[in-house]
Design a protein around this ligand. Structure first.
Ligand code: ACM
Length: 539
């Protein structure tokens, strides 16, 4: 008994150290288990075997091999060097990768699992090929994600980056096994989505940006472009979730259709939709229906953040006063709740989709069975705890450490610094450091669907700055979302990050080099109407 107890304690303490020695893994995120097998696989064989149902995954493996300089040969021969198999594994998105001397087998619990096994293999091969090695160490990797939600949000309402940048981001998300792309398409400066029933949303609302509000050029995605991007993402097992923010952050829509404006503040005119007019709900429901047809995702993000900031303007609207009387609503906060509940109901009834909302929606008592909350106010841990205690499913994206417009180093000047920088190690240590501090009961942790990094783009107007703020922090977020705590180790992650740096260099991605912060200059953030808008510093 005693010996097995000592063994259990020793292995819990030291297995993570043995782990890396057992099989030298180079992939991000860190797999659940990896161990050596005897022998070596000779690199250079290129035939791939996969059933019809895995044609898409075989295509991605072939493309990955091509990028490494090989000439892949897809087929059906069971004796092929690379064999893809579906089923026979528990869980979802799980895979087993076996590297034998003559054959590499990737078996997935589902197609996504096979795809992720391919990503792990390609990262192993990337390392070997860049060092011009001729063999791969044999081994077996068994892997499955910690969380089903592994997300990244891009704000293209403040600044628009366009299709090519989005496709590149999707490619790299897939490489690191991220699976949700949350697209913030509407806000104060711009509306970036073509809606055929209301064409002015794009043709008027699409004009301008955060830094150049008076720019007459129009930037938005046509529905054909949206379909192409969704398809591109889907083949990489990434679901795209659109966000149409309401009832606040609605300025661009109100520029196009002022009849639905509920006013704002002197600095933020027309910031809200008008909750007192029935026509507003009809207008928005039609937008949700048209957008839902475009995006196959089961989810739809309805925003719901920062409404109180401008809802005082509702006091001067007679129709809102009538609504208050009719529905017995005692404050603008209650009107906000009425609006949000009504739009979630409309969404669910008309499209069957599950709503997602920023964490303010907790106050509105939104339905738990078809609403998911995104906890973003890092300084309000009680909101996260209350949401979990009430039984909501939650995606975690607290500003610190998961808002990537926050600066990561003292030499950087353009972005937010609230009570400290937001370095890669903080991203890596999330969420477990938090769980330990916040006392989240273990049984409630199952309501946490995962985590997401958000790139707000007020101070980001170029693709180069998108890269700088995103990478390599998104690699750390990917590992935090995928890997179980017992296999995480920041030093080992830093070793594997060397591969990512070489990969990013090949892609000409302008990442922040955490090894040598002086090596690459911070690309300038933007000015607003010619006025510099440097650091947003708060204690
Ligand atoms: C937010 O950052 N306003 C969700």
């Amino acid at each position: 008994m005693q010996i097995s107890y000592v063994w259990a304690v020793c292995s819990a303490l030291f297995l993570p150290l043995f782990y890396a020695e057992a099989f030298e893994n180079f992939s991000i995120p860190q797999p659940r288990s990896a161990s050596s097998l005897p022998g070596e696989f000779t690199i250079g064989k290129t035939d791939i075997s996969a059933p019809d149902s895995l044609d898409n995954e075989a295509h991605h493996l072939a493309n990955g091999l091509k990028a490494l300089g090989f000439t892949p040969q897809p087929g059906r021969a069971v004796s092929a060097a690379f064999v893809l198999k579906l089923g026979g594994i528990e869980g979802s998105e799980a895979y087993k990768l076996i590297i034998n001397p003559n054959q590499i087998i990737i078996q997935g619990s589902d197609k996504a699992g096979v795809f992720y096994g391919i990503q792990t293999l390609l990262q192993q091969l990337f390392h070997a090929c860049r060092l011009q090695e001729t063999t791969l160490e044999c081994g077996i990797i068994e892997d499955a994600p910690r969380y089903p939600w592994r997300g990244f949000m891009l704000d293209e309402a403040r600044h628009f980056f366009g299709k090519e940048k989005v496709l590149q981001i999707l490619d790299n998300m897939a490489r690191f096994k991220l699976n949700k792309f949350h697209w913030h398409l509407t806000d104060e400066p711009g509306w970036r989505l073509e809606i055929k029933q209301f064409p002015k949303l794009a043709s008027v609302g699409g004009k301008g940006s955060w830094s150049q509000p008076n720019d007459p050029s129009c930037r938005f995605y046509t529905q054909d472009e949206i379909k192409e991007i969704i398809q591109y993402a889907a083949s990489r097992h990434i679901e795209i979730i659109p966000e149409i923010d309401m009832p606040g952050h609605a300025t661009a829509a109100n520029r196009a259709y002022p009849e639905y404006s509920g006013g704002g503040t002197p600095d933020h005119p027309h910031y809200t939709f008008n909750p007192g007019k029935e026509k507003t709900y009809e207008f928005l429901t039609r937008i949700l229906e048209e957008t839902s047809q475009l995006f196959p995702s089961a989810y739809f993000h309805l925003g719901g953040d920062e409404v109180a900031f401008a809802s005082k303007s509702w006091d001067s609207l007679p129709e809102v006063q009538q609504l208050k009387e009719r529905e017995n609503l005692k404050s603008n906060k209650e009107v906000e709740g009425y609006f949000v509940r009504k739009m979630i109901r409309q969404l669910h009834e008309k499209t069957g989709k599950i709503a997602i909302g920023w964490d303010e929606m907790l106050d509105a008592q939104v339905p738990k069975d078809h609403t998911i909350l995104m906890w973003w106010r890092h300084d309000r841990v009680p909101v996260l705890k209350e949401a979990l205690a009430q039984g909501y499913r939650v995606v975690m994206c607290p500003r610190r450490p998961l808002y990537f417009d926050f600066l990561q180093h003292k030499s950087h000047k353009w972005g937010r610094v609230w009570g400290g920088f937001c370095p890669i190690q903080d991203v890596y240590e999330f969420p477990d450091k938090g769980f330990a501090l916040w006392n989240i009961p273990t049984e409630q942790q199952t309501q946490i669907m995962g985590l997401q990094a958000n790139l707000w783009t007020e101070r980001i107007s170029t693709p180069q700055r998108v890269d700088f703020m995103t990478w390599p922090r998104l690699c750390a977020a990917a590992e935090s979302a995928w890997s179980i705590p017992s296999v995480k180790n920041f030093d080992d992650f830093s070793r594997r990050l060397e591969e990512a740096y070489v990969f990013f260099d090949q892609q000409e991605i302008y990442y922040f080099d955490t090894r040598d912060p002086e090596r690459r200059k911070e690309p300038a953030g933007c000015e607003k109407n010619g006025n510099p808008m440097p650091m947003d510093y708060r204690d």
